[in-house]
Design a protein around this ligand. Structure first.
Ligand SMILES: Nc1ncnc2c1ncn2[C@@H]1O[C@H](COP(=O)(O)OP(=O)(O)OP(=O)(O)O)[C@@H](O)[C@H]1O
Length: 231
């Protein structure tokens, strides 16, 4: 089974004279354990692609299936709890890592677990294990303001992984990092994709990082021009 299947996805923002077609007939699939880059110029539709898979942007037409569950078929399917599906099956990593400033590194990770109903003690144990696996156990009680950019991004990765999602979506996760930290983050994502059998989709402009990916999906003017299907 594919982790992500997108068929004929079209997204039109607005209507009438103001309508903007961001994606036209995009189709692709990502397997578990695959690390895929989404590359393309500004305005080409990369974020729309990622947020459609992330259940944030409602597709106008086409089908989106996450881990075997079809969530959209010409718009969201009725009766789905999108928030819950997002929480349970997806993990998000952003450029500006969005850590909660008044929570420690560990608490930033455990908050994702407690929202999903995991008890405090178990959440703490799992959070520490995750931070440990990312080389951050010794920084667990620091607040984001006292973490470096690379450390913050690794905390954000730990948080995205907390619920062992089948699909991880990252928007420019290395853009704010220097080359060395960027490469470390990419190596970590690669390890996690393989080890956890997660599919990871990364929107990036960062050509320095491209060699770390299994596949590059290239987007131009709302159309996928290359790399749509790795099978
Ligand atoms: N909420 C919105 N309302 C109207 N138009 C939008 C909206 N979001 C995106 N667009 C338009 O859709 C097109 C694709 O945008 P999108 O953000 O997906 O591109 P992108 O490749 O991620 O760009 P960037 O690299 O600059 O972030 C652009 O023309 C953009 O202006």
């Amino acid at each position: 089974m594919y982790a992500v299947e997108v068929e004929n996805l079209t997204k039109i923002y607005g209507s009438g004279e103001r309508a903007v077609t961001a994606l036209t007939g995009a189709s692709f699939r990502v397997k578990p354990g695959e690390l895929v880059a989404v590359l393309g110029p500004s305005g080409s539709g990369k974020t729309t692609l990622l947020t459609s898979v992330g259940l944030v942007t409602e597709p106008t037409r086409g089908r989106v299936t996450i881990d075997g569950l079809t969530v959209a078929d010409d718009g969201w399917l009725p009766g789905l709890d999108l928030k819950r599906i997002r929480r349970e099956r997806l993990g998000f990593i952003f450029q500006a890592h969005n850590l909660i400033p008044f929570l420690t590194a560990l608490e930033n990770v455990t908050v994702a677990l407690t929202i999903n109903g995991i008890g405090a003690k178990e959440a703490k144990q799992r959070g520490m294990e995750l931070l440990e696996s990312l080389g951050l156990a010794h920084r667990h009680d620091n607040y984001p303001a006292n973490l470096s950019g690379g450390e913050s991004q690794r905390v954000a990765i730990a948080r995205a992984l907390a619920n062992q999602p089948k699909v991880i979506l990252a928007d420019e996760p290395t853009a704010a990092l220097d080359t060395e930290n960027g490469k470390n983050v990419m190596a970590l994502l690669k390890k996690l994709a393989v080890g956890n059998r997660s599919a990871i989709m990364v929107v990036t402009h960062d050509h320095r990082m491209v060699e770390g990916f299994d596949r590059v999906i290239a987007v131009r003017d709302g159309t996928l021009v290359d790399g749509a299907d790795g099978s």
